[in-house]
Design a protein around this ligand. Structure first.
Ligand code: EPZ
Length: 428
């Protein structure tokens, strides 16, 4: 896929759609990204199965190659040979392509003892501070000089295990600490660690490479430093947010669809919302069947929380589906400062939403109407597609490069389910 083309691409959606059939859920973006960085630590050959084809993933692969790794893709398998890492400096233009490139800091420190990289400031979701990352790595013995967003990290006395108490269970900070500590002297304990399934997947990958990490998925993670890691083969977990997105697409169109390749426990945090909205959800092994009513009921309160609470990444897609519910729903976005950028675009389609600070009140309307709207970030873009499926008439979603970051073959999958949606390139 030529990602550069995405800059002027748009999706054209003709609603109202009705969906049916099955969709295969791809590997999790938020697992693939830290695990790709973590392949640096192995010093050998890692085979990552179920690795999604997404622009963020391809950009992470570019960073690995710029560091001296040999990387190739064979369908959904990405093979990384990190035997010869030639530098610990990542070029700024590569770092600025993906927000989550910050996890290369911990991986480079764990592999080479140094890291020179720069970070984009805020992003579409508001400021994205990295104080928890920096303070934690300094406690591990990393010397960090920061000038105008450029960070030079060195470890003159090595990386030494320490007990940390995170002020907030930051996903990225937990990942950076784990990767910096796996080859340290001594033992590191992380109290108030992030518990997301992607953290568990990263720990499982590193343990398969010979690391000693215990307690991932719980509040305290322990890492006993080891001297050397090795390559391994690892299958990346399915993307729980992609699954929630297709569930919202089915719910908003009164459809019944089956999702394949899911881990039901990982999606558990969103079930209560869909059930309160009137959907029935049944799971069997790695399949999920969602049946939706003609019109959804409102959901009184959705508060985004760290795992295992309702995921912030599902907030926008679920808000889109509730814009046409019967009654008023309320959201409280507790994780990010500015994660309601989809609201103005949904209002252009006829939604009735009021926001104040972290609260959004969504008064269900009978129908949305097609309009020209712009994606502002990954999940907001997905929300606009979901709204377009339910809207009367034609919706054009522009800036779909945001969507390409996290959804593999979204238009193809929705077409297979019966949606009238296609990708096109629009003029300057
Ligand atoms: C990860 O981002 C995900 N990205 C995000 O998914 C997800 O929304 C987020 O976790 C929360 O679940 C990847 O995994 C690549 P955080 P991350 O550090 O690590 C504050 C998507 O749509 N914070 O847990 O950046 C921060 O400002 C993306 O797939 C600090 O204050 O999330 C935010 O308010 C979007 N200081 C909150 O914590 C820090 O040092 C959550 O951040 C770090 C974070």
């Amino acid at each position: 896929m030529d990602w550069t083309v995405g800059k002027m691409d748009a999706f054209i959606i003709k609603g109202k759609s009705s969906l049916s059939g099955e969709v295969d859920i791809h590997g999790a973006k938020n697992s693939a990204l830290p695990i790709l960085a973590a392949t640096l630590l192995s010093g050998g050959v890692c085979v990552l199965e179920n690795c999604p084809e997404l622009s963020d993933v391809e950009n992470a692969i570019e960073i690995l190659k710029s560091l001296g790794c040999k990387v190739r893709r064979e369908a959904d398998r990405v093979i990384v040979d990190s035997e010869s890492v030639s530098t610990c400096r990542v070029e700024p233009e590569l770092m600025h392509k993906i927000r989550s490139s910050i996890v290369f800091m911990g991986a480079l420190i764990g592999r080479t003892g140094c890291a020179h990289l720069s970070f984009p400031g805020g992003c579409e979701l508001g400021p994205r501070p990295i104080d928890i990352h920096i303070n934690s790595l300094k406690r591990l013995g990393v010397v960090i000089d920061e000038k105008h967003g450029h960070f030079s990290c060195t470890t003159p006395n090595g990386v030494n295990g320490v007990t940390l108490n995170l002020p907030f269970p930051s996903v990225g900070a937990t990942e950076n600490i784990i990767m910096a500590a796996v080859t340290s002297q001594g033992t590191t304990k992380i109290h108030n660690a992030a518990r997301e399934p992607e953290i568990v997947d990263l720990a499982n990958f590193l343990n398969r490479c010979g690391a000693n990490i215990y307690g991932a998925g719980e509040g305290v993670i322990t890492i006993d430093g080891v001297h050397q890691l090795h390559g391994c083969t690892h299958r990346i977990i399915p993307d729980r947010i992609e699954a929630a997105t297709y569930m919202a697409a089915a719910a908003v169109t009164g459809s019944t669809i089956t999702l394949n390749n899911v881990i039901s426990d990982h999606i558990e945090p969103v079930y209560y919302v869909f059930r309160e909205a009137g959907c029935s959800i049944r799971t069997y092994k790695n399949k999920l069947l969602i049946q939706s009513p003609e019109r959804l009921k409102r959901v009184k309160l959705i508060r985004t929380l760290v795992y295992p609470g309702f995921p912030t990444d599902a907030q926008a897609p679920v808000m889109a589906m509730l814009t046409v519910a019967n009654g008023t729903s309320m959201f409280i976005e507790t994780i990010f400062q500015n994660r309601y950028k989809h609201v103005d675009e949904l209002i252009k389609m006829g939604a009735n939403i009021k926001t104040e600070e972290r609260v959004a009140v969504v008064e269900g309307v009978k129908s949305l109407y097609g309009a020209k709207v712009a994606a502002t970030d990954l999940r907001s873009g997905a929300a606009l597609v979901i709204a377009g499926l339910a809207a009367k008439g034609e919706t054009t979603v522009t800036n779909v490069y945001h969507i390409d970051r996290g959804y593999e073959q979204l238009t193809e999958n929705l077409r297979k389910l019966g949606a009238d949606i296609y990708r096109t390139t629009i003029g300057e």
